[in-house]
Design a protein around this ligand. Structure first.
Ligand SMILES: [Zn+2]
Length: 293
């Protein structure tokens, strides 16, 4: 089944909600980057929340990035999600391995670390980008995103993200939801939703059991007149190409390129986002150097 995101409202517009199923997306990322389970969970959670935030971008060419640098052994987590549903991302160390945490779960918090920053950049094609940054408070990513929404966007929210990994390292299930009360939402409504969110089964188990994003929101806020407003297919895809990598080479400058040509005879570049390798042979490098006056 294809992955998708839904955007919904409930309680006469006092609640906004997003939910996503991202199993295939995370499996694609795992295959591209040879992710070990903790990296699958950390990158998968970040890609899932980014995809839900991207459905809310106004312009069709807009995109957003989430960069998490928590000082842990996974290094940086970098994800870019576009308004059209396309998501790409990587972690510095896909092979990080740690013992399970005290709840018997993948120790994402320790892998990510808790001394650093979470940055969100919203890239609007027609105006200045928005940049928001908060301290990492938990390393589990959902809590950090909740903190980000509250501090940077002044938007209270409940965020749940989950990835389940099979024993053979493939992705069993992945998904998430974000529930946000709008200004003026009655306190008892907010209390009730907080209560429901804290009592619901983990998202990754719900999706593993075959529940859809619609089912998850129905269970949480169905009683409040849930209205699904939008549905968008989402998937892992990188938009890198030879021309883009060529401009990376050009940006190194003439001296550096001449060094590479002399020492290696060719240049091998790997796209961080999808691990695709691009080779520029001596002839091509010569041509690039010649074109640089
Ligand atoms: Zn790429």
């Amino acid at each position: 089944m294809k992955d998708y995101i839904i955007r919904a409202t409930a309680a006469d517009g006092y609640i906004r909600a997003f939910a996503a199923q991202t199993t295939q997306m995370v499996e694609s990322a795992r295959q591209r980057h040879n992710l070990y389970p903790i990296a699958s969970a950390a990158l998968g959670r970040t890609m899932t929340v980014a995809s839900m935030m991207a459905i809310d971008l106004k312009g069709k060419d807009d995109s957003l990035s989430i960069i998490i640098k928590g000082g842990g052994p996974i290094g940086s987590i970098v994800v870019v999600a576009a308004a059209n549903g396309m998501v790409k991302g990587y972690v510095d160390n896909p092979f990080v391995q740690l013992p399970l945490n005290d709840k018997g779960k993948l120790d994402v918090a320790r892998a990510v670390g808790t001394s650093g920053k979470l940055t969100v950049i919203k890239d609007y094609k027609l105006k200045e980008p928005y940049v928001g940054q908060v301290d990492i408070i938990s390393g589990e990513i959902a809590e950090d995103m909740t903190y980000y929404f509250a501090v940077s966007e002044q938007q209270p929210s409940a965020t749940a993200l989950g990835v389940l990994v099979n024993p053979d390292l493939t992705i069993k299930s992945s998904g998430g939801f974000i529930i946000q009360p709008m200004p003026g939402a009655p306190d008892d409504l907010i209390d009730d939703i907080e209560n429901r969110v804290s009592n619901i089964a983990p998202v990754s188990s719900q999706i593993a059991e075959g529940l859809t994003p619609e089912d998850m929101l129905n269970e949480l806020i169905g009683e409040y007149g849930l209205k699904i407003n939008d549905q968008l297919e989402t998937y892992f895809r990188c938009d890198c190409n030879r021309e883009r990598l060529e401009s990376v080479l050009i940006s190194l400058g003439r001296d550096e390129l001449e060094d590479i040509l002399e020492n290696d005879g060719k240049a091998e570049l790997i796209c961080h986002y999808c691990n695709k390798q691009y080779i520029f042979d001596g002839k091509e490098l010569d041509k690039l150097i010649d074109a640089m006056v």
